[in-house]
Design a protein around this ligand. Sequence first.
Ligand code: PEP
Length: 253
Amino acid sequence: MRKPFVAGNWKMHKTVTEARHFVSELVPALQVIEGVDRVICPPFPSLLAVAALLEGTDVQLGAQNMHWEASGAFTGEVSPTMLAELCQYVIIGHSERRTYFGETDETVNRKMHSALTYNLTPILCVGETLEQYEAGQTREVVFRQIKLGLADLELSDGNAIVVAYEPIWAIGTGRASTADAANAVISDVIRVALAEMFGDEIAQAVRVLYGGSVKGNNAAEFFSQPDIDGALVGGACLKVGDFTQIVQAATRS
Ligand code: PEP
């Protein structure tokens, strides 16, 4: 049994003051929901303050990106060792990083290795563009992103990583994938690639999320699919009520 998992990616939203207020309201609402791993991923400046507020709760913390080196002359970057003092998770290869900041499958792969080395659980994001979707290339694109993003990793525990299937055309657009179609990509492409690389047992143990315009009113449909283990949520994680509703829906999956 894979435990449901819901992560909120705040992207570049909320100052430290806003983050403190928000988390003070969010945590009591999330704390009463059992049986779901709940993770919030604020921007870097808020991590320290939010980590302090999450102490003693079951809500966990993630970062949205990191460099692969532990330290060095990399102005403006944040390292895995810095994050490991604060967070349990880190999002790797989000499509906004790939599209706007030049991340490639190779840099994603370096970050995956580094996150595992420094005891962070990476949430690897994969997904096709609208153009690739319309050209019928979803399966080959996602398969390649999994193979290259996870290349040469040694995994002995499926819980060491999380994967998020996020069709780019569904992110922030209000146009979510259908639950059936997302489930098919996860079962026929992502788990197949994972099985080729790490064996069936691990492929069945890795939590795979859907992301892309998940809201309170469509979350349950995604979570009812056998291969969708939760969601990576953008816009709807910025409001206490919306995010709580999505986490609550995951308890019934
Ligand atoms: C995301 O940024 O990962 C995401 C899924 O965003 P949204 O929920 O806003 O589509």
